[in-house]
Each structure stands twice: as structure tokens, then as C-alpha cells.
Ligand binder design. Structure first.
Ligand code: GP9
Ligand code: MN
Length: 630
């Protein structure tokens, strides 16, 4: 009986197995995917199956044997082409194909030349399944190819397909929580859900943003522009241009929150160098500065810094809107003669940086390929901060000046692992392993920053640079409230959770001498205008939502991406208004005017991004109403 069922569907079964195995061998021979354990290996093997069962399964609805075989062959040719194209693309770009890259016309030249230069004779291997299917069609007796099956059998087939899909997604979620919502890396997506499903997912994400983009016609700019103009904070003439012409070195301090700054853990100073730095007369230290990031974490903080717009809610804007027109800080600096670059020793594709950096007008991305990771120089997520900084300064020495370099650190990243020799203070002791180790990795990062400053001084770059350092987002989530409460010696309330979103910001201007601690509420969204004004670059005609922190017009108001906000008097969270001084619940009326403002501002940011509104700006001249910005 079983023999009958199998032989009846033999071409289909041959096709599924052949394409499945061809795909799997394609994975292991053509892509350099890091597999850390047996589970990841199993997911890799499993991941093409649900898609193949589904797409080949459509053949079960085709009655004519000839047509069914043509359909099966077409599917196998298509899947082979997908794998083949990705393999060739990967050889050149070390990344998987994503739709925006195919549609960015500027890529066409590169793409076609790199494709032809990267063809190997062995690439015919990707079509092995097509050959096997042809042989099956040729040699399996025709009467055995006539398929008759009940509707129930067909239903069962698709139920099984769905079950395999669910198992695949479940295992992927276990391996990489929030993979699909955060979609942080194409390599991880392919590793976990497979090339075919990844392309469907990519198509879904891209079509969603294209649809929203198609609905916008530019008329929305008037309303958004009016809001932006009304909230424009003109630069303080005392501060405007004080760092003009200098190099800008902006450092993203991974997962660094303000609660460790100027504090001790069991008698150990956690950030000795940063503490000193905050008192340095060349430094402005911002003690009430907040991150505005969402699921896109580090990439969201990069987005905020570059554009002074909020990232998106529920997804990473670096992934969903890398095809937009932006008015990034990098682009503006580039127009003013700066060599703009990002230095980060990780895969190019992580957070879709390789694509997004093009949209942000960044001249060069020094990714992992630009670094040499020696023995013992990697931990946790990759290259350790100290060798990363050492090598980055060497690279900076070769750069044309002035340059704008963004350095993204990595060691102080969850799960906060560290080699023994890098543990400069002991672990904390609480029920949270995460918090316990966090203090140590923060201490290591502090040491790394100290070494960076020494390297910069030794290189001669220091005096003519401005160094901006900020925590990118929280490192300790609310899941660790109990341990956090133990450390802070209080019960953590929603008010405290909001205040814990404070990240440190340092603006260090060598030789300036008039720095101080600024305790005004501000956020990452304010970085772009603040820095550009210090460089003597005007932002009057730009569309952005933050405000220069040094401006007398800057308002003490930080909006979180999830709608919470902080003012100088209140914290609004979970629909409750708290008094900042006491941390106690207070009359909601105090928060009301800001509630409206916060949702309007987030909404305008979404409108700009979803509608890709900045593409209309040039057509329409400057932002509507810009003459009022004086
Ligand atoms: C990855 C690094 C960390 O390249 O930026 O990302 P995160 O998980 O913090 O967003
Ligand atoms: Mn980060």
C-alpha cells in the first residue's frame, strides 16, 4: 500500500528531496554561515523543507501529468536560480540578496560586473535537482506518474507542511528570540528560516513599506513642516561653530546606561575613566539624557543620531526603510567636505547596515573585514573593544581629514561574557546573572575608552577632533527588576523603569575648557542638530524632530519610542503621570499637554518615514514655512 502511494507521487517526492538536498548542500558549500551547535545545524537542514513541500505541493492540484511535470520542473528551475543567484551575490557582497539592492539603480553597475566576475563552473551544481527531476520524468513509467489522491490526503499533506513550518519557526524562535519582529540580520534569517522563506519575508516587508510610500504624495509635508518649524530651536551663538572644521569621532557605547556612571558596585568604581571625563573642563556631560530606541536597538540609535527622527515601532527601520531618502548628518557633513565612515567589527549585513549606510550617505563602512582579530581578541559577540579601538585609530590616521567616524563598540553586549584577564572588578551578586556580569563588561568598556583617548592623543588626531560618546540603549531589561532593585536598594516601579532609560552622553571638545554637567532632559533625537550646530553647520532647512540641546529654545522633553515620556517635572508611563521629584503618582493633568505632543511627534516621524516624505522636499523647495525659522 505504502509503495503504491509513493510510486504514484514519485516525481513529486524525487523533486522535493532533490531540491531539499541541493539547497542544503548549497548552504554548506556557498555561504559562510556560522553554526554554533547541533540545533542550529538541524534548523539549517530543516529550513528549506516547509517551503518546498508547499510550493511543490501545488502540483497536487494539477490533474494533467504533463502540466504537473512542467510545473514541478519550473519550480526546481526557479529555486535553483534563487540559490545560484544568492551564492554568486554572496561571493562578492558576503550577504544575501534583498529586494532594495536589486532595485537601487546605483547598484546595477556593480551587480552585473560582479555577477559575471564571480561565476564558477561548479555553479551548475545548483541545477542538480533539475537534472534529477528530468531523469525521474524520463524514466519513471508514465502510468505511475498519473496521480490520483483523495482530498483528505491532500489536506493532510498541507497540514503536515504547516506543522513542519511551525516546528521550524518554533525552533528558530528558541534559538533567536524575536528574529522575525526585529529581523536583525539576513544571515540569521537565512540560517533559521531558509533562503526561500527569507525571500518571501523580505518581499512582504518591502511591499508593505512600498504600499505606504505609494500612498504619500508630498502634501503631508506642509503639516509636518509646520510642526517642525514651530519647534525649531535656534543655536546658541556662544556654542555655534565652536568645533568647526574638526574631525568628529562619535562612539556608540554598547548597552551603557547611566545608573552605573559615577557609582560603585560593592565598593568598586564601575566607570573610573568616564567619571573623570565628566569632570574634565573640555567635556559636557549630560546626566538626564535618554535613548529613544525601539526593537532596532543599536541600529535605531544610529538612525536617531543621523536623522533626528524616531525609529519605527515594532520593527527595525534599518531593515524596513533602507530605500528612503534621508537628510542624514553624514550626508550633510559629506557635502561640507567630510570623509564619513562607520567602524564596527561585525558582519556588514547585521542590521542591514551595508544597505542602509548607502541611504545615509556614509562613504565607507569599516566592517569586520577591515580588522584583524588576533588570538584571544574576540569575546561574546565579536572583536573586543580594546583591539577594536587600537586598530580603528590606526585606520583613522590614514583617513582624509576632516572625517566623521562613528565607532560602534560590542563587548558590553548581552550576555556580557568576558575573558578572565579582562575582568577588572568582581561580579555583582544577585539573582540575575545578566546584571552581575554587566558591571564587569561596563568596567572593561570604560578601560577601552580610556585606551582610545590615549591612542588618539598619541596619534596626533585628538586636538583637532570632537569626541561624542553616548549609550545606545538599555542593557538591563525590566526582566531584571528584582536584581536591579537590590542594587539600587529600592523597589523598581514603572517610574524607575522609565528613569532607567537614561544613557550617558559626553561631548568632549579638547581645549575648550568651559564644559560642565548639563542636567536638562534630552534624548538621542537631539544629537544631530546639537552636533551640527557645534560644527557651525546650519540645520534651518532640514526636517528633523529633535532640538539642539545647547539652544535656549530646547525643551526638557524626551519621548520614548513606545510613547512614554519624561519632562523636567513628570514621567509618563503606563498611562500614569508621575512627579519627577518624588517618584509618586500625580495628577494626570500635569502630563496631558505633553501626551498629545508625544503622540503627534511620533506620528509625524512615522509619516516622514512611511511616506518617504523627504523625497518630495527637493521638488517642493525647502520645508514649508522655513522662512519663519529665524
Ligand atoms: C551588532 C551590534 C549590537 O552589530 O550593533 O546590536 P544590538 O543587539 O545591540 O542592537
Ligand atoms: Mn547595542
Amino acid at each position: 500500500m505504502r509503495k503504491m502511494v509513493c510510486s504514484k507521487h514519485s516525481v513529486l517526492i524525487v523533486a522535493i528531496v532533490a531540491t531539499w538536498l541541493t539547497t542544503y548542500f548549497g548552504y554548506i558549500t556557498s555561504f559562510n554561515m556560522k553554526i554554533d551547535n547541533m540545533m542550529q545545524e538541524f534548523i539549517l537542514l530543516l529550513n528549506p523543507l516547509s517551503f518546498l513541500l508547499f510550493v511543490y505541493g501545488i502540483a497536487l492540484f494539477i490533474k494533467s501529468t504533463k502540466r504537473r511535470n512542467i510545473y514541478i520542473l519550473t519550480v526546481s528551475v526557479m529555486t535553483s536560480i534563487i540559490m545560484f543567484s544568492n551564492a554568486v551575490f554572496y561571493r562578492f557582497f558576503n550577504d544575501f540578496i534583498t529586494l532594495p539592492i536589486l532595485f537601487q539603480t546605483s547598484n546595477f553597475g556593480d551587480l552585473s560586473s560582479s555577477v559575471t566576475a564571480n561565476l564558477h563552473l561548479t555553479d551548475v551544481f545548483f541545477f542538480t535537482d533539475v537534472l534529477i527531476i528530468c531523469l525521474a520524468i524520463r524514466f519513471i513509467p508514465k502510468n505511475e506518474q498519473k496521480v490520483q489522491h483523495s482530498k483528505i490526503a491532500r489536506k493532510l499533506y498541507f497540514v503536515m507542511t504547516a506543522a513542519i513550518m511551525m516546528i521550524n519557526l518554533g525552533l528558530a524562535e528558541m534559538e533567536r528570540p524575536q528574529l522575525l519582529t526585529r529581523s536583525f540580520d539576513r544571515e540569521l534569517l537565512v540560517k533559521n528560516i531558509g533562503t526561500y522563506n527569507y525571500h518571501i519575508y523580505d518581499l512582504f516587508i518591502q511591499s508593505k513599506s512600498h504600499a505606504q510610500r505609494a500612498l504619500a504624495d508630498g502634501s503631508e509635508l506642509v503639516e509636518v513642516g509646520n510642526y517642525i518649524n514651530a519647534n525649531y530651536a535656534a543655536p546658541d551663538p556662544e556654542m555655534y561653530g565652536i568645533a568647526e572644521g574638526r574631525n568628529i569621532i562619535a562612539i556608540s557605547l554598547e548597552s551603557l546606561q547611566s545608573f552605573v556612571i559615577n557609582e560603585e558596585m560593592d565598593g568598586h568604581v564601575i566607570t573610573p575613566f568616564l567619571n573623570e571625563l565628566s569632570k574634565d573642563p573640555d567635556t559636557f556631560y549630560f546626566s538626564d539624557f535618554y535613548h529613544n530606541t525601539g526593537l532596532g536597538k543599536t541600529s535605531d540609535s544610529e538612525f536617531l543620531l543621523e536623522n533626528s527622527l524616531y525609529p519605527r515601532n515594532g520593527s527595525a527601520v534599518f531593515f524596513t526603510h533602507s530605500g528612503n531618502t534621508y537628510e542624514s548628518m553624514a550626508a550633510q557633513l559629506g557635502e561640507n567636505g567630510y570623509f564619513t565612515n562607520v567602524m564596527h567589527p561585525n558582519n556588514r549585513s547585521f542590521w542591514n547596515r551595508d544597505i542602509m549606510y548607502g541611504a545615509l550617505g556614509i562613504d565607507k563602512f569599516y566592517d569586520i573585514e577591515s580588522y584583524t582579530v588576533g588570538e584571544g581578541e574576540a569575546v561574546n559577540w565579536g572583536m573586543k573593544d580594546i583591539p577594536f579601538f587600537n586598530q580603528s585609530v590606526e585606520l583613522m590616521k590614514e583617513m582624509p581629514q576632516p572625517f566623521y567616524s562613528r565607532l560602534i563598540t560590542l563587548t558590553n553586549h548581552h550576555p556580557f561574557d568576558l575573558d578572565e584577564e579582562d575582568k577588572l572588578i568582581p561580579e555583582y551578586t544577585s539573582n540575575s546573572n545578566t546584571l552581575n556580569k554587566y558591571f564587569q563588561t561596563v568596567r572593561y568598556m570604560d578601560e577601552a575608552v580610556k585606551i582610545l583617548f590615549e591612542d588618539l592623543k598619541a596619534s596626533g588626531l585628538y586636538d583637532n577632533s570632537i569626541i561624542v560618546m553616548y549609550g545606545d540603549h538599555y542593557g538591563i531589561s525590566e526582566n531584571h527588576n528584582k536584581a536591579m532593585g537590590m542594587y539600587l536598594d529600592k523597589e523598581i516601579t514603572p517610574f524607575d523603569n522609565a528613569k532607567l532609560q537614561r544613557v550617558p552622553l559626553y561631548i568632549h571638545i579638547p581645549g575648550y575648557g568651559k564644559g560642565k554637567t548639563i542636567d536638562e532632559v534630552s534624548g538621542q533625537v537631539d544629537l544631530r542638530p546639537t552636533i551640527l550646530h557645534l560644527m557651525g553647520l546650519d540645520t534651518k532647512d532640514d526636517m528633523y524632530l529633535g532640538a539642539d540641546i545647547f539652544s535656549p529654545d530646547h525643551e526638557p522633553f524626551a519621548i520614548f519610542r513606545d510613547g512614554r515620556f519624561v519632562t523636567d517635572k513628570n514621567v509618563f508611563t503606563q498611562d500614569v503621570c508621575y512627579d519627577t521629584e518624588t517618584g509618586e503618582e500625580t495628577d494626570k493633568g500635569e502630563c496631558e499637554p505633553f501626551m498629545e505632543r508625544a503622540s503627534t511627534e511620533l506620528n509625524y516621524s512615522d509619516m516622514i518615514i512611511n511616506g518617504d516624505l523627504l523625497r518630495f522636499k527637493e521638488e517642493q523647495g525647502n520645508t514649508p514655512g522655513s522662512p519663519d525659522k529665524e
